[in-house]
Each structure stands twice: as structure tokens, then as C-alpha cells.
Design a protein around this ligand. Structure first.
Ligand SMILES: [Mg+2]
Length: 374
């Protein structure tokens, strides 16, 4: 089998809810959300689909950079290559786009890697779990994302999560540090039984993080995620020694090399696995396996991708045996996407498609209607 075509579709997907993190807006009802879909066709007549969701608030990768990187640099070296040799393809992509502090442009590369997994699965008649010699699971539980600086709204959202069958909440803090404790208290009061993940997205300095962690110990929080800046592994290691709340790293761990470094410095109790952040399924799986071998816990997350990447990620999280509700929250924010047949999302529970590759089918009509017109 050879790669015969790579097509890139920049999409603007409609949002039904605004979404902000401590660094600012990553999509709104007014402006929609930037996504990129990639279609890879083989000379055997099969096609694979991949997706990524860039945002300039998360990293330097933008929708524009993903499109030009794939079209101008990655596509020319992958046409004619064997799509089943994922190691050779990864080396080719990394030679074309060299590293920054992490692997260069992992988000763009993730869409290619995902489309290749889909293509290989379709070509060989296997699901993602079969490619990994894992057991297929047809369900995954989602956590409910709460991102607001209003404690009353946080209470209402936590109550909604509890009443609609969600088993966990993921609460963004650091939007207004003065209100963080009130937000965390409100969520705990409304939904005391739910798995409680608090994500600061690098908002704090060390003394602030120690103070908040100490207050959250009394409230009862299950995980404190990425309180300090991504590069501050030593700070996270220090914070671990000052609190009993497990510390999770997200933005600090983009690569297997970052994962290894975090382990050497004892900087985390838990790591957040995300397919697009980690450059695709292959590298995300490796990060997860390294962490598991070191007895570090895993959380599943995403960058608010649509249901294509949600499904691919969910299959990986099931393979990695992640038991806590995962933060694949794209559908909470998106009003629609190009997936025609795919996951069935019933509030907190997702029924996953049982088909070859990722298992989703894509509507070209919807790709065309959401495509960004130049
Ligand atoms: Mg996070």
C-alpha cells in the first residue's frame, strides 16, 4: 500500500458555548472553533481521516500553520510512502519540521498520524484496538467541563453534571485567582460525589499554588492539574512534597522525552494523555505506556476536538485502561461537526462505533459547508 493523496480541510465548526482557559478564549459562539480535518487516500482505494484542533492559546500552532505545514512540508515527503510504516513516517515528519523545545508542530503531525491509523485499520480490516492487540470496548465515560469565574454558575454547572449522569467534573481555575476557592467550594457543594479534577493551565506561581493546594485539601479535590508553568518540573516536584493532593502534568508533557524527564524529577503523580498534543496516537500511546510502567497515573484529555478525534482518543484511553472520566469535551461546545456516523454521546456516556480504523464516517457535504473560505 502507498499514500496516493493527502487533502487538508481547515474548518470553522459552530460552537454552542464559549470556552475560555486561564490564557484566554479558545473558541466562542460568535467566532466558532478552528479545526483541521485531513484525508489520506491509498493506492489500494482506501481513505483514512484525521483531525486536530489548534489554538494559539495552547501552543504556537494555529489553523493556518497546520494547513501550510502539512501542504508545503509534510505532504510532499509522504506521497508514495508506505502508510503502515508509522516509525519511518514519524522520522520523515520530524526531519521536515525540526524540534522546538518539544517535537515541532505535534498538532499538525497528529492529524496525519490519526488519518494513517484510520487508513491502516480500513485497509487491513481491523479496529484501532485490534492494531494494538487490545480488547475493544464500546463505551467511555466523560467528565463535565466547568469553566467560569462565577461561583454561582459553577454551582449550577456542577449540579447539571451530577443530575445528568456525569461521573466527574473538570474545573478550570486561574481565570480570576481571587475567586478560585469559591469556585472549587461551590462545585464540591453541588456535586460532592463526583471525581473532582481542578486544572489551572499554568496560572500560578509557587507560593500561590501551595496556598491553593492547602485550601483544596480541606475541600476534597482529587487532582490538581498543571498549577505551574509547563517548563517548571522542579517546581511541580517541590509542590508534590507540600501537598497530599495528587499533582498532574498536562502542558509539561508533550513527548515521551518530556515524560521521562518528569519521571526523573519526580514531578508528577499523574500525567494527562492527549492525542493531538502528543503528536498522534502512536506517541500518546508510548507516553501512556511509559507512565504506566513507572506507576504514574493517567488521565485522558483532549483539545476540544470534534467527534472524530474524540473517538480515536477514546479507543486509546480504553486501550490504556484509563478508568476515570476523560476530558474529551469538544461535543459540550460544538453545535455540529463533519462526522456522519460515529460516537453516540448521551451526556456523560459515549457509545463508541465498532468499525474498522477509528470507526467514523465523514460527510463531504459537511466538510464543504464548514470549510474556511479564503
Ligand atoms: Mg489540562
Amino acid at each position: 500500500m502507498k499514500i496516493s493523496q493527502i487533502e487538508v480541510f481547515p474548518l470553522n465548526l459552530p460552537m454552542k458555548q464559549n470556552f475560555s482557559i486561564s490564557s484566554g478564549s479558545v473558541g466562542s459562539q460568535q467566532e466558532g472553533a478552528p479545526h483541521v480535518y485531513v484525508k489520506i487516500t491509498s493506492d489500494s482505494g482506501f481513505e483514512g481521516w484525521g483531525e486536530c484542533r489548534p489554538s494559539h492559546r495552547w501552543s504556537y500552532e494555529t489553523q493556518e500553520s497546520v494547513v501550510t505545514t502539512i501542504n508545503h512540508y509534510i505532504k510532499p515527503v509522504l506521497l508514495g510512502e508506505n502508510p503502515e510504516d508509522l516509525e519511518a513516517i514519524s522520522l520523515k515528519m520530524n526531519k521536515q519540521i525540526a524540534s522546538g523545545i518539544a517535537h515541532g508542530q505535534p498538532i499538525a503531525k497528529a492529524a496525519i498520524d490519526m488519518a494513517l491509523h484510520d487508513l491502516i485499520g480500513k485497509h487491513t480490516g481491523r479496529r484501532l484496538s485490534d492494531l494494538w492487540f487490545g480488547t475493544f470496548k464500546n463505551e467511555i465515560e466523560l467528565s463535565y467541563l466547568i469553566s467560569t469565574n462565577d461561583p454561582e454558575e459553577a454551582y449550577k454547572k456542577a449540579e447539571y453534571a451530577k443530575n445528568n449522569g456525569y461521573l466527574g467534573v473538570d474545573v478550570k481555575v486561574g481565570l480570576d485567582p481571587k475567586k478560585d476557592i469559591k469556585i472549587v467550594e461551590a462545585v464540591k457543594e453541588a456535586a460532592p460525589e463526583l471525581f473532582f479534577r481542578v486544572d489551572a493551565n499554568q496560572a500560578y506561581n509557587f507560593p500561590q499554588a501551595v496556598r491553593l493546594a492547602s485550601a483544596m485539601e480541606n475541600i476534597g479535590v482529587d487532582v490538581f492539574e498543571q498549577p505551574l508553568s509547563a517548563g517548571d518540573l522542579v517546581g511541580h516536584a517541590g509542590l508534590r512534597r507540600k501537598t497530599s493532593i495528587p499533582i498532574a502534568l498536562d502542558e509539561s508533557v508533550w513527548t515521551p522525552e518530556n515524560m521521562t524527564q518528569a519521571l526523573r524529577l519526580e514531578a508528577c503523580d499523574i500525567v494527562v494523555i492527549k492525542v493531538t498534543k502528543m503528536g498522534g496516537l502512536r506517541k500518546a500511546k508510548l507516553c501512556g505506556e511509559i507512565a504506566k510502567a513507572a506507576n504514574v497515573g493517567l488521565l485522558g484529555g483532549g483539545l476540544t476536538e470534534s467527534s472524530l478525534a474524540l473517538t480515536a482518543s477514546a479507543h486509546l484511553f480504553n486501550y490504556l485502561d484509563i478508568k476515570t472520566p476523560v476530558d474529551l469535551n469538544g461535543p459540550i461546545f460544538l453545535a455540529d461537526d463533519p462526522v456522519e456516523y460515529g460516537p453516540k454521546i448521551n451526556d456523560g456516556t459515549v457509545e463508541l462505533p465498532d468499525g474498522y480504523g477509528i470507526g467514523c464516517s465523514i460527510s463531504m457535504d459537511k466538510i464543504n459547508s464548514f470549510q474556511v473560505k479564503k
